[in-house]
Design a protein around this ligand. Structure first.
Ligand code: GSH
Length: 216
């Protein structure tokens, strides 16, 4: 029995949701409100998601969770042991992180994931790191302008997956970091990147916002 505690917008949580779908595993979805400190603290001692419970045993850290789930090595998780490759991928993620998070955070906060209390908690916490949300929105062009060259570089690596003909753990890491941009008003991914994400969506049977519309 698998239960996943997650935030809908969180790229690290999206990683695990993608893998659960790819591996066709049965799982219970437990989206948590962002201000709920007690549940994650009780489970792992840290206010951080994703947390997975497998047969009642909780654990965190998205990549550790994925390695645990991917028993047959469908995602070639051993690629993470190649330190040079891992640092190249982490570098790609960190370059995307500033524009993606700066653009998306103010909009994530207004999706159905948040209520007044959790939005306030999220905004206060994130503004400490990134500055006031209204300035992130005002400065949007600065962040939008960072994206084309990053997408161009990424496109060169798609064969059609990241340096591979089949989906690997690296695609899970990269795609989950980009997914949030689908929330950004009027944003359009370059065709190649959109097609890449849609291929992963199909492989992983992923529906970003499905939890918003489940009956209570
Ligand atoms: N290294 C962790 C990172 C997870 C992480 O940063 N989660 C964020 C959400 S995106 C979190 O739980 N933040 C809690 C908070 O800031 O209150 C992983 O890969 O699972």
């Amino acid at each position: 029995m698998i239960k996943l505690y997650h935030y809908i917008h969180c790229p690290y949580c999206v990683r695990v949701r993608l893998v659960l779908g790819l591996l066709n595993l049965e799982w219970e979805s437990a989206p948590l409100p962002y201000h709920d400190e007690k549940t994650p603290l009780d489970l792992t001692g840290v206010k951080m998601l994703p947390i997975i419970e497998i047969d009642g045993a909780p654990s965190n850290e998205s990549l550790d969770i994925i390695v645990k789930l991917d028993k047959d090595n469908t995602l070639e998780s051993s690629r993470l042991e190649d330190k040079k490759l891992l640092s190249e991928v982490e570098d790609i993620l960190s370059q995307f992180s500033l524009p993606v998070h700066s653009l998306c955070m103010p909009y994530w906060a207004w999706t159905k994931e948040f209520n007044e209390e959790s939005r306030k908690y999220f905004q206060t916490k994130k503004e400490k790191k990134r500055g006031p949300f209204h300035l992130l929105v005002q400065d949007k062009q600065k962040y939008l302008d960072m994206l084309p060259s990053l997408f161009e570089e990424l496109t060169k690596e798609l064969k059609p997956y990241f340096r591979s003909e089949k989906i690997t753990i690296l695609d899970i890491m990269i795609s989950s970091h980009l997914w949030g941009l689908y929330i950004y008003p009027e944003f359009q991914f370059p065709k190649e990147i959109h097609n890449y994400l849609m291929k992963i969506k199909e492989d992983c049977k992923f529906d970003y916002h499905e939890d918003f519309w489940k009956e209570a």
